[in-house]
Design a protein around this ligand. Structure first.
Ligand code: MTE
Ligand code: MO
Length: 368
């Protein structure tokens, strides 16, 4: 089978992981979704690339590729999802890339813990955030002046031992489209935090007000003082049904449901399945590794006696006690879309095999 990313927009590339074909815990690099706001920088080489560390530090640094890769490295397995993943499923249409379910993947990320570099530079007292700037430049409809892609992290997350300056993905040097040669990688957080093609890091004493965390990538929350704008951060708990596929027709008897679930910074504690449109829930089996930051695969053997139209749903809970909601929170707008999405399936007395490459007969009769 020749699997490839599913293009959503071509220039710049925005493309999905082909979730329908996911069988493994780790997503291969060439299938891992891509989210680009601007054209990808093309002139970066390991020789001409530098990383600057500056702002509110004792000792500003400018590091080469060899200097970075000589530092101690760390490896973290983590799921990364785009904050707009699933946007096309919202009933109230939202602006932005019309993602299906596949702006998510799981990989092994290797790099230098960011705190080691910040330690070398020496943060001055009063630092509240660290700003990360990519080499890619462009404009947006509501921001016609060209700007670099940039985001900040609160100091505590920047100093977390697992926050990496990543240069390997699944053991390979980063592919150009995933941020070669170096990107920030913030495990447990939406992908927007993980700035690609990193060229500068700056400590600041003021909260950063960049476009990608004020105009875009924010959600609303109500507090005692009314509505508050919150910058998108950690991924909440979520699950996806991979099989049965969209519009797949099942047969009576035993049907295997299969999917993935993730809990942002937490591990997945449990996944439940409803086959009656959320009236009752039964626990699925978790398969393979279960760890903080990582998605977990699950399966559920569904015994169906009666043909008919069913609504299948999955609902994950994290070790942190979060449970996936059944509806989208309108305060999230076009972001943070993690509700249990109903999947209608039809069960017939006769099973139709929809595997594209099935060589067996296209009809299989159930003996019941
Ligand atoms: N420099 C830069 N970094 C970026 C982006 C970008 O457009 N430019 N997109 C962000 C978003 S919104 C996401 S979801 C992830 C996607 O990473 P990937 O393309 O490697 O999957 O990168 C983030 N880092
Ligand atoms: Mo994103």
């Amino acid at each position: 089978m020749h699997e490839q990313r599913k293009m959503v927009t071509a220039a710049p590339e925005n493309s999905e992981t082909p979730l329908d074909d996911v069988r493994s815990w780790v997503t291969p690099n060439r299938l891992f979704f891509v989210r680009n706001h601007f054209a990808m920088p093309t002139a970066i080489t390991l020789e001409n690339w530098r990383l600057r560390v500056g702002g509110c530090v004792q000792k500003p640094l400018e590091l080469t590729w060899d200097e970075i890769t000589a530092l101690p490295e760390r490896t973290v397995f983590a799921t990364m999802e785009c904050a707009g993943n699933g946007r096309s499923f919202l009933s109230a249409k939202q602006p932005g890339v019309p993602w299906g379910a596949g702006a998510v993947g799981h990989a092994e990320w290797t790099g230098v813990p960011l705190h080691l570099l910040l330690q070398k530079a020496g943060l001055k007292p009063g630092t509240v955030e660290i700003i990360f700037e990519g080499q890619d430049v462009g404009a947006e409809a509501d921001h016609p002046q060209p700007m670099n892609f940039a985001r900040s992290l609160p100091l505590d997350k920047a100093l977390d031992a697992d926050t990496l300056l990543a240069y390997r993905m699944n053991g390979e040097l980063l592919e150009p489209i995933h941020g070669f040669p170096l990107r920030l990688f913030v495990p447990g957080w939406y992908g927007v935090a993980s700035v690609k093609w990193l060229r500068s890091i700056e400590a600041t004493t003021q909260p950063f007000r960049g476009y990608f965390q004020t105009v875009k990538y924010t959600i609303q929350r109500s507090s005692g003082r009314g509505k508050e704008t919150v910058v998108i951060g950690p991924m909440p708990v979520k699950s996806e049904i991979i099989r049965p596929r969209e519009s797949e027709i099942l047969g009576i008897g035993t049907n295997r449901l299969f999917g993935v679930a993730w809990g942002g910074p937490d591990a997945v504690a449990r996944v439940e399945i409803s086959v009656d449109g959320s009236r009752s829930w039964n626990e699925a089996q978790l398969i393979g590794p279960r760890a903080a930051y990582s998605w977990t695969m699950w399966e559920y053997l569904w015994e169906v006696a009666e043909p008919g139209d069913y609504t299948v749903m999955s609902r994950a809970a994290s070790t942190g006690g979060q449970v996936q909601p059944t509806a989208h929170d309108p305060q999230n707008g076009g972001y943070q879309i993690h509700f249990s999405r109903p999947r209608p399936v039809r069960v017939e007395r006769t099973r139709r095999i929809v595997e594209q490459h099935a060589t067996v007969d296209m009809l299989q009769y159930d003996m019941n």
